[in-house]
Design a binder for this molecule. Structure first.
Ligand SMILES: [Zn+2]
Ligand SMILES: [Zn+2]
Length: 426
């Protein structure tokens, strides 16, 4: 027994004990910040014994501060154990929603006895339940920042709430078939409820890159959903070839966290063959989501362009050369309904191409991220300046568009040349 601690705590402990029935955990928590390597229960018990030897017996009965909630910690730990049955985790964290009565009693307790070294009882409770839980499940360590599972004991409602943290994967995808959106779109008619137009699916398009790519991962992880966070998105009618597009796949509420991402990537490629390919997979953190979404990557596009009149190869070359530089773009009409209408300047780094017949060309553009290539070609009724149509003095429009490269040193696989197999694609 620590003499120094006892002599420091005894006078206040004597007052507390005389005031009404109190449990060891609450008595000990009153001096929690004095430390000395004891648990609150041990500290409270030591004080009670020392006071009994000095002739102070205290009162029997239900603890007036916590209503004996500390003695119920083991039962709550068992409920929490049942809650995580079948859920894989290695780290956990407990939280508690105390009853108002407990909160008020604790505040009064601290104030009444001027407890300068009291530990907040919520902390003590979470630690107590956590230790009991860890013993019951036989594994797990507490993690205050990013636990796999967070268990919230709601004392008023009498339930344990379970929140399972998402797992995140980084990778790149290629979309080798046109007409597939990146993420699933709710049906415009029914907004996702299901109607005759969408055949009851609630979806505007039958499949998406997100669904095609995520399916095996969702099954293996027992996830409730998957969210594809892309480094930008290509148009639905554009292919995504070349290096592929970086993404982070978020698997929500996974029941299994240790999945074989290489094998699942192969499974996804088998199931989505001819539509979507995935590669360069690796584990990622939640922080990678915003990193991937916000990285300003340069893009390379291949466009098939149709002209309103005959164009000579020399005229094409001259027009493309003269376009290189800053392009001022007002938000295109086709996206104006969902984007703010403003003028942005993006750089066209290079442009080169060749005629395929008299009125059609194949052109490669290398641009800043965010430059709209279809409008760079057509001019979008004067909203993009300069534009290819304007330079040639005739109508021009993109009939096919592919994204060939998305490049930034900021991506985790920037130097790995991920999926760079442009030649494989038709
Ligand atoms: Zn108590
Ligand atoms: Zn519908």
């Amino acid at each position: 027994m620590n003499e120094e601690f006892l002599s420091e705590a005894m006078p206040a402990a004597r007052d507390i004990l005389a005031a009404g029935p109190i449990c060891d955990a609450c008595l000990g928590s009153a001096f929690g910040r004095l430390g000395h390597g004891w648990s609150n229960e041990e500290r409270g018990r030591a004080l009670r014994v020392a006071l009994a030897m000095a002739g102070e017996q205290g009162n029997a009965g239900r603890c007036w501060v916590c209503q004996d909630v500390f003695s119920e910690a083991a039962a709550w730990a068992e409920r929490a154990r049942q809650r995580v049955e079948g859920v894989e985790f290695s780290t956990y964290l407990f939280a508690v929603k105390p009853t108002l009565r407990w909160q008020e009693a604790e505040a009064f307790f601290v104030e009444r006895f001027r407890l300068a070294h009291a530990e907040p009882q919520k902390h003590a409770w979470n630690r107590t339940v956590g230790k009991a839980f860890e013993t019951l499940v036989g594994h797990g360590t507490v993690d205050f920042n990013d636990p796999d599972v967070k268990l919230t004991v709601d004392l008023g409602a009498g339930v344990v709430e379970l929140a399972i943290a998402s797992v995140f994967l980084y990778g790149r995808y290629r979309k080798v078939l046109r007409g597939i959106p990146q993420t699933h779109w709710p049906c415009r008619r029914c907004r996702g409820r299901g109607c005759a137009v969408c055949g009851g699916t609630g979806k505007q398009y039958p499949e998406s890159v997100e669904e095609l790519l995520a399916a095996p991962f969702v099954r293996a992880a027992g996830a409730s959903a998957a969210i594809l966070h892309g480094a930008g998105r290509e148009d639905i009618d554009a292919r995504m070839l070349g290096t592929g597009r970086p993404f982070v796949l978020e698997l929500c509420e996974p029941r299994t966290r240790t999945i074989d991402i290489e094998a699942l990537g192969r499974e996804a490629n088998d199931e989505a063959r001819g539509k979507v390919e995935v590669g360069a997979l690796r584990w990622a953190s939640r922080g990678m989501v915003s990193h991937v979404k916000e990285t300003a990557a340069e893009k390379t596009y291949r466009a098939i362009v149709e002209f309103g009149d005959v164009v000579s190869p020399d005229a094409l070359s001259a027009a493309l050369q003269s376009l290189v530089g800053d392009i001022a773009q007002r938000t295109p009409r086709r996206v104006a309904h969902r984007r703010a209408d403003l003028v942005r300047t993006r750089r066209l780094h290079s442009a080169s191409g060749a005629m395929r017949g008299e009125r059609e060309a194949e052109i490669e553009f290398h641009t800043d991220g965010g430059l709209y290539v279809k409008e760079l070609v057509s001019g979008d009724e004067g909203r993009t300046e300069p534009c290819l149509a304007g330079r040639l003095g005739l109508e021009a429009r993109v009939s096919e568009l592919d994204v060939l490269g998305i490049v930034s040193g900021e991506f985790p696989d920037a130097h790995a040349r991920a999926m760079d197999s442009r030649s494989r694609v038709p």
